[in-house]
Design a protein around this ligand. Structure first.
Ligand code: HEC
Length: 144
């Protein structure tokens, strides 16, 4: 693409030389088009997937409740820690505040890493899933 635009530029430049005698307006126009074509091609070449991701206020690497943590709890905990709780679970773990309270007061991180009485009771979550929750806690319970 970029090579194409260069060739196009050279071509226009040659035109400039050949038609030196004709008045400059045409040449200015020609160079203008050349510049535009280069800019358009350049911007296309530089497009990548990251540019297409919607902008977020949070810096890269930030784990947020809304995007990452809430879906984990919905999948792994809401069967019992719903509001109201079911299956003998003592408390809901639905909102950020509820989860934060349980991290700070009810040893939530201890329970999701506890082999002998794990949460969920069916067995520990995958290590990277637990790491995401821990990172979210370390980063200060960011909502979104
Ligand atoms: C199948 C039902 C079920 C699921 C799913 C489940 N829990 Fe529990 N949870 C319970 C029950 C029942 C208790 C109370 C008995 C106990 O502490 O083991 C409990 C207790 C807890 C406690 C201790 C609360 C306290 O006050 O001592 C925490 C923390 C907890 N669960 C977190 C979680 C998290 C986090 C998840 C999801 C990753 C989860 N649980 C998934 C049933 C469940």
């Amino acid at each position: 693409m970029e090579l194409g635009s260069k060739i196009f530029c050279v071509y226009r430049q040659k035109g400039y030389m050949d038609f030196r005698s004709t008045k400059t307006i045409k040449n200015i126009l020609g160079n203008g088009i050349c510049l535009c074509a280069s800019l358009i091609l350049f911007s296309c070449v530089n497009d990548n997937e990251e540019d297409l991701v919607p902008l977020s206020n949070t810096p890269e690497g930030t784990i947020t409740f809304q995007t990452t943590v809430r879906p984990i709890f919905e999948n792994a905990c809401s069967e019992c820690h719903s509001n109201p709780p079911r299956n003998g679970a003592p408390q809901p773990l639905v909102t950020l505040e509820e989860i934060r309270f349980n991290v700070e007061n009810r040893n939530l991180l201890g329970r999701i890493n506890n082999l002998s009485s794990p949460m969920p009771p069916s067995g520990l979550l995958p290590e990277n899933t637990r790491a995401l929750i821990e990172q979210w806690v370390d980063q200060g319970f960011i909502n979104q």
